[in-house]
Design a binder for this molecule. Structure first.
Ligand code: UD1
Length: 338
């Protein structure tokens, strides 16, 4: 059993990871500043696992608060760091807020970890680091290209900070590059809670179907793909959560091959926007109101993961398919609106 600090542990991926940590017999300590999450999620976690994790409201931008936290929890075995801003468009409007929060918090956490000899660190990264990859599926060897947005850049800089920091021998880190996380817990007790109008496809679909949005805009049908719409690798959030447990266990049990490792987390299957809509219509029996509009700036044509390294080296594999993820996303949407 390990004791793991989960920053952003009340967020979408963080909360599902806390449950999987508890299921695997570990103790999760949550910190979250409630900026983009709610205390209700803590009750949701407790309802699902029957274990109330310890929780502290804390802003990781406050260096002294982070130092104090890790002094009090110097017995933790590892940190899974989710707490960050994640809206691409907003990052273009407020780049400094993104650098301050995503980079400042990371540095504060790593310094306090070093001071307290906490050696194991999992970092939330993104497939956005690959940009428009030349080869599909995308392997970890695919080059990291200049970021399209400050948000994407914070993921790249975060990884670079870890490359440098792990060279000193005091830290082991794994960056997990997520493809497109979707879905919700199958209990429909926790799920994604997008603030305002969703920017991501699946919450936009479910909110349209429930009547909160009038119509989904499909951004472009003139891409060079099988039906003209963009291809992504949609991965169920519970599969993603399990990968974090596997990754932190890898570090705690010192099974890592290098001080800094990177894994792609996807299903390996690419789906077009129209295929996602069809999956939704099939599992819900609803017909979705959508129209094709112009392309969205910054979208890549296709991104899906080569999962060989995650499967063979990390020892993790996504188990749920698109229909299952859409079923859970829809069940969650119906639950929170009714
Ligand atoms: C987006 C971010 C990415 C981030 C990820 C986190 C952009 C350009 N990229 O990825 O950096 O890591 O979210 O989850 O914002 N779509 C529509 N209509 C919509 C919304 C989306 O057609 O209303 C399409 C998009 O064009 C895309 C696909 O659905 O082809 C998925 O979009 P989205 O869910 O926003 O994810 P990404 O763009 O892949």
């Amino acid at each position: 059993m390990a004791k793991i600090l989960v920053t952003g542990g009340l967020g979408f991926i963080g909360s599902h990871t806390v449950i999987e940590l508890q299921k695997a017999g570990h103790e999760a300590v949550i910190v979250d500043n409630l900026d983009n999450s709610s205390l209700d999620v803590l009750d949701g976690i407790t309802a699902i696992s029957a274990i109330k994790p310890s929780f502290e409201k804390l802003d990781l931008r406050l260096k002294s608060a982070v130092e104090n936290l890790l002094q009090r929890h110097s017995d933790i075995d590892g940190i899974i760091h989710f707490a960050a801003y994640k809206a691409v468009g907003e990052s273009v409007e407020k780049p400094l807020a993104y650098y301050e929060n995503n980079i400042g918090s990371l540095v504060n956490l790593l310094q306090a970890a070093e001071q307290n000899q906490i050696k194991n660190f999992i970092f939330s990264s993104s497939c956005t680091v690959y940009g428009e990859a030349k080869e599909l599926p995308i392997s970890e060897d695919s080059p990291v290209v200049p970021a399209e947005s400050p948000y994407g850049n914070t993921k790249q800089i975060g990884e670079e900070i870890l490359v440098d920091t792990t060279k000193g021998g005091k830290l082991n880190a794994i960056a997990l590059r997520y493809f497109n996380p979707i879905g919700a817990h199958e209990s429909a007790i926790i799920g994604e809670l997008p603030a305002g109008v969703p920017q991501n496809l699946v919450p936009y679909i479910t909110q349209t179907a429930i009547g909160l949005r009038q119509q989904l805009s499909v951004y472009g049908d003139d891409y060079p793909t099988r039906d003209g719409t963009c291809i992504r690798d949609y991965i169920h959030v519970v599969d993603l959560a399990k990968a974090h447990v596997t990754a932190v266990e890898r570090l705690v049990e010192q099974k890592n091959n290098q001080a800094f490792e990177v894994f792609n987390l996807g299903t390996g299957t690419g789906s077009t926007v129209l295929e996602v809509i069809k999956s939704f219509e099939k599992i819900s029996g609803e017909s979705l109101n959508y129209q094709i509009v112009a392309r969205r700036e910054g979208d890549v044509t296709a991104a899906y993961a080569n999962t060989t390294k995650a499967n063979n080296v990390l020892g993790w594999k996504a188990e749920k398919n698109l229909d299952e993820a859409m079923t859970d996303a829809w069940r969650w949407e119906q639950k929170i609106r009714n």
